[in-house]
Design a protein. Structure first.
Length: 484
């Protein structure tokens, strides 16, 4: 999928892993988090291999809006309340440092990834939102931010704005390409199994004492239980062209709010229509188009895409040891809550410290083990997982000879011979039938009309209408059959 970031950029190409190799560290996942982590592990003197299931940057990192900011929505008021002032201050400090680390990285790599300093804004249009901004401003100042409230946002639809100074934007694909060129990478090498120090792909195996799961959603279910503690959210982006007067990024905090990300004087990204991945419905691009037509009628659409990211139960990413019962060298970074540009850098630093046996003041805050499911909850979940697996196992054999009345571009769940089947008729009139059950833990898939995909409401896996796997945690596609 082309985005403003990928257009015209030639990414380095890497072969697939074949045979058995050893390294100090093996990073799984070639998004921003995996690439930065591999970079810092190498800098720390570790021989490091990175395995990517598809191509580098083919996940969410290539479809982001690339604001480098420690202003993560209304997070500081919530952090002070839930975690206390000291942990909130540490969260702010970790993310501010991350932005400085990006500045230092651009200098040290001697590459231009278009890092530009700016302020970033939250805006509100209604009274309730304005009150929330005032509370957030006080909490942010306690955490050391240069935070200012202003009615002078330049947006006709905003009543109040909260600006943080000292933030930035960048071109993520340029950075990822620069990092990739300096690393030992295998593409088209999906990791199928991790067993202690052994990381196995279809064609080979890496033996490593440090294994980093940087796959956005960890695909190993037990231990860790990440599927119990996270969900994925999907967001839609329009790329607009034409002169505009937005000079800094904005994010609306209310339900109808949008994200505005200027890329140049005549290029603006408008994001929004966020929803829990796998919620049925369509018209999400249309909602943003309607907003753009009302407030930016002078701009024309030149691109559109969507992507998803993991959100943890307490809103703070999980970065650190995979699980107390996992093998010693397993580390994980996930749950970035749509702020994984800065927190990928936080993760890369923290994971490198842990891999090298160094103390980090941020370890406790991001520790994935801060959630401790009770034994009862764990058992219930294991039971559910077992039965779900069972549900997913049956062979898919859509019955022949039944009639499906669908127009081109339409999809539906149909009942055929007592069996549920997902049906979609493509633009050429061909009917596609799929087993509408997620191979991750067995949940029933729903149709996403905007992306023409079957999405899982449980943890956000996605599949094409032809059954191909598009997004994890599921690691395989679903059974499908095309019929004329
Ligand atoms: C619309 C949108 C806008 C956003 N805007 C911002 C923003 O402005 N600022 C910000 O800070 N954050 C933003 N984010 C969040 C940010 O983009 C993400 O948090 C970040 O890109 C996640 O990076 P990642 O490396 O963890 O995941 P990904 O980029 O998804 O990388 C994970 C990689 O792992 C690979 N993989 C998966 N399974 C396997 C396997 N078994 N074996 C090998 N490889 C595997 C995948 O193919 C993928 O390449 C946004 C998110 C969205 C959805
Ligand atoms: S993603 Fe977990 S059941 Fe579908």
């Amino acid at each position: 999928m082309e985005t403003i970031w990928t257009r015209g950029i030639e990414m380095p190409v890497f072969g697939a892993l074949e045979g058995r190799i050893s390294s100090d560290a093996c990073v799984i996942g070639g998004g921003l988090c995996g690439l930065l982590t591999a970079h810092f592990l190498v800098k720390a003197g570790m021989d490091t291999v990175l395995l990517e299931s598809g191509r580098i940057a083919c996940g969410t990192s290539g479809r982001t809006t690339a604001k480098l900011t420690a202003q993560h929505g209304l997070c500081y008021h919530r952090l002070v309340e839930k975690f206390g002032q000291e942990q909130a201050r540490l969260y702010a400090e970790a993310n501010r440092r991350a932005i400085d680390d990006f500045r230092a990285l651009e200098r040290s790599l001697d590459e231009d990834f278009e890092l530009r300093d700016c302020g970033t804004w939250l805006y509100a249009s209604g009274d309730v939102g304005c009150d929330a901004l005032e509370r957030e401003c006080s909490a942010a100042r306690l955490c050391g931010f240069d935070a200012e409230l202003s009615e002078d946002t330049g947006l006709s639809f905003a009543k109040l704005g909260l600006r943080f100074g000292g933030q930035a934007t960048f071109q993520p694909i340029k950075l990822m390409a620069a990092l990739a060129r300096r690393l030992k990478i295998f593409e088209n090498s999906r990791v199928l199994e991790v067993n202690g120090r052994s990381v196995r792909t279809e064609g080979g195996e890496v033996d490593a004492k440090i294994v980093v799961f940087a796959t956005r959603f960890p695909f190993v279910n037990f231990p860790g239980f990440y599927f119990m503690r996270m969900h994925q959210e999907r967001e839609y982006v329009l790329e607009m062209r034409g002169n505009h007067r937005i000079s800094e990024p904005f994010l609306g905090i209310e339900e109808a709010g949008v994200s505005l990300r200027p890329c140049s004087a005549d290029s603006l990204l408008i994001g929004g229509s966020s929803h829990r991945a796998g919620m049925e419905g369509d018209g999400r691009y249309e909602a943003i188009r309607a907003f753009a037509a009302q407030h930016f009628p002078e701009l024309r659409e030149v691109g559109a895409w969507s992507a998803e990211d993991c959100v943890t139960v307490d809103g703070v990413p999980y970065i650190g040891r995979f699980a107390p019962t996992a093998p010693d060298g397993w580390l994980v970074a996930t749950g970035f809550g749509k702020w994984g540009m800065t927190t990928s850098m936080v993760a890369a630093r923290l994971i490198t410290d842990l891999a090298c046996g160094r103390r980090s003041e941020y370890a406790e805050l991001f520790d994935p083990a801060r959630f401790k499911p009770s034994a009862g909850a764990r058992m219930l979940m294991e039971e559910t997982a077992m039965s779900a697996k069972h549900l997913a196992r049956g062979a898919f054999a859509p019955p022949d000879g039944f009639v499906v009345e669908l127009q081109r571009g339409e999809a539906a769940h149909i009942e055929a011979n007592g069996r549920k089947v997902g049906a979609y008729r493509d633009d050429d009139g061909r009917l596609w039938l799929v087993e509408p059950r997620c191979p991750h833990l067995g949940c029933e898939l729903v149709w996403n009309g905007d992306e023409k995909s079957w999405d899982c409401p449980c943890h956000g896996s996605r599949f094409g209408y032809d059954g191909a796997q598009l997004d994890g945690p599921a690691q395989i596609g679903i059974a499908a059959r095309g019929k004329e």
